[in-house]
Design a protein around this ligand. Structure first.
Ligand code: 5AD
Length: 510
């Protein structure tokens, strides 16, 4: 059995590489528990004696019969990640979050980061809201670490601070509930509840599915705990929700628990037996994470809805010679997927005309790709052989210069026609434009970029500021303005400015 906890790190990026938006996967092996220093081997007698003592002390420190009775009231079967039927003593309404705001704080290792995401995923499905502001929280959950005493001391100190927050809370608000999740909940169990009466809920690492029920019980003013460890819980069906939506990397947990029993280590006791997550669920999570890049662009107003998707050629044969790692079909499929995921997305591309061995038929394929995709922006080049490249060594630069240039001209013409058509769909629309400064061509015009990163030119005129009615302003670089689009070419949009606004205020318009 491997003594390491494995966490897959998925780095997401749209920086190309050919087509993959998951640009690399690293198996990051992180020691969940201090060092892997060698285990001491005591003599057999000492071992037996030690084992007996160890067993007795573990028994004494372990769970009581009461514990199992208490635990027995918790749901034993796997719940699905959907909201479950309530137990007989709770109504469905009580089981739901009712828009209560949860503040989650994570201590310790990457597994705890992942646990936080799992706990949040479960609570979100139950109707809880997430807050990053401690003051507005209705529920505060600490995902804790027990690896060394200092880690636990940090939590005790934090609990004292939170106690003050709880006592100061105005009666007009719902009472603040505080929960301890993870390793420390598992290790100390009722000691926490007894020592810190203000702790309302306790959930061990295998009890996160039970959080909605625990919180519902706590709502009635009782303390609620589930520290039952499981032999098979991997949360395989719970898709973790990333703590930070802007994160560029994510941890994908592939196993839980540890059987290694290093003599210095608490982890087997706090996280239970080692179990692996089914491969299919790991793959599904990785796939979802890789797609979320797109998801983010769709959701966030402050990210341009523009993706640069360098195709280089429309011919699969040429793409293979270029060693791009995708076919025309795969590329077109990706374009469809992006357009479905981000309606209104603007696409740009790079193309090379006259690559080694490119035939007239290959060129026609590129023309047809330009027509099919209808890019908003394009960067087109004639192939120029570069020393040291693979093509230099292995392929023949056999397309005559005049043919390359003729093909390039054709591609430029087609690209312009299609881009003009695509951009003209904006005429008559009001678009949000981020002002960059004066137009290069005219001192009386301003230039900015719309949400698709297209250049928008408009006269530098006075306008109203939506946040200060009656105030007349001139747009400055960095301002957001609403522009009514009146004409479009293959490269730019033109229009007149309506008002100065903000990203938030403008979302209703675009
Ligand atoms: N010849 C022509 N165009 C090239 N590009 C890269 N190398 C060459 C070359 N040898 C183009 C590709 C790439 C863009 C940055 O430059 O289209 O995407």
């Amino acid at each position: 059995m491997h003594p390491l906890q494995c966490v897959l790190q998925v780095q997401r990026s749209l920086g190309w590489g050919p087509l993959a938006s998951v640009s690399w996967l690293t198996l990051r092996m992180c020691r969940a528990h201090s060092s892997l220093s060698s285990t001491m081997c005591p003599s057999p007698e000492r071992q037996e004696d030690g084992a007996r003592k160890d067993f007795s002390s573990r028994l004494a420190a372990g769970p009581t019969f009461q514990h199992f009775l208490k635990s027995a009231s918790a749901p034993q079967e796997k719940l699905s990640s959907e909201v479950e039927d309530p137990p007989p003593y709770l109504t469905m309404d009580e089981l739901l979050g009712r828009q209560r705001k949860v503040y989650l704080e994570t201590y310790g290792c990457q597994m705890n980061v992942n646990d936080t995401e799992i706990a949040w995923s479960i609570l979100q499905k139950s109707g809880y809201l997430r807050t990053s502001n401690l003051q507005e929280a209705d529920v505060i959950l600490l995902v804790t670490c027990s690896i060394r005493e200092k880690a636990e001391q940090t939590i005790w100190n934090r609990l004292h601070q939170l106690k003050a927050l709880k006592t100061r809370r105005p009666r007009s608000r719902v009472p603040l509930r505080i929960g301890i999740l993870g390793c420390m909940a598992e290790r100390l169990k009722e000691e926490i509840l007894n020592r810190e009466k203000m702790v309302d809920i306790l959930a061990g690492p295998d009890a996160y599915r039970d959080l909605p029920r625990l919180l519902a019980v706590a709502e009635s003013g009782q303390q609620a705990a589930n520290v039952l460890l499981s032999l098979d819980e991997t949360y395989a069906d719970v898709m973790p929700v990333q703590t930070s939506a802007s994160a560029t990397s994510a941890f994908v947990s592939i196993m839980r628990g540890c059987d290694n029993m290093c003599s210095y280590c608490i982890v087997p006791f706090t996280r239970g037996r080692e179990r692996s997550r089914p491969i299919a669920s790991i793959l599904e999570e990785v796939k979802k994470l890789s797609e979320q890049v797109l998801q983010l662009i769709h959701e966030r107003d402050n990210i341009c809805k523009q993706i640069h998707l360098p195709a280089q050629s429309g011919s699969s044969r040429v793409l293979e010679a270029m060693r791009r790692g995708y076919s025309r079909e795969a590329y077109v499929e990706l374009v469809h997927h992006i357009r479905e995921s981000i309606p209104g997305v603007s696409l740009s591309s790079d193309f090379i005309a006259g690559f080694c061995g490119e035939t007239e038929e290959d060129h026609v394929q590129t023309v047809s790709l330009l027509r099919e995709v209808q890019y908003n922006m394009g960067f087109l080049f004639a192939y120029s052989m570069r020393q040291k490249t693979r093509a230099y060594h292995r392929l023949k630069d056999d397309v005559p210069e005049e043919v390359k240039l003729r093909r390039l001209e054709e591609l430029i013409t087609i690209f312009r026609e299609e881009a003009t058509k695509a951009n003209q769909t904006s005429v008559g629309c009001t678009q949000l434009v981020l002002v960059e400064g004066l137009s290069k061509r005219s001192a009386t015009d301003l230039c900015g970029r719309n949400d698709g990163n297209l250049k928008v030119i408009f006269p530098d005129a006075e306008m109203e500021d939506v946040n200060n009615p009656g105030l007349r302003v001139r747009a400055q670089p960095g301002d957001y303005v609403l522009v009514k689009i009146t004409s479009a070419s293959s490269q730019t949009l033109r229009g007149h400015v309506l008002c100065r606004t903000t990203l938030r205020d403008s979302s209703a318009y675009c």
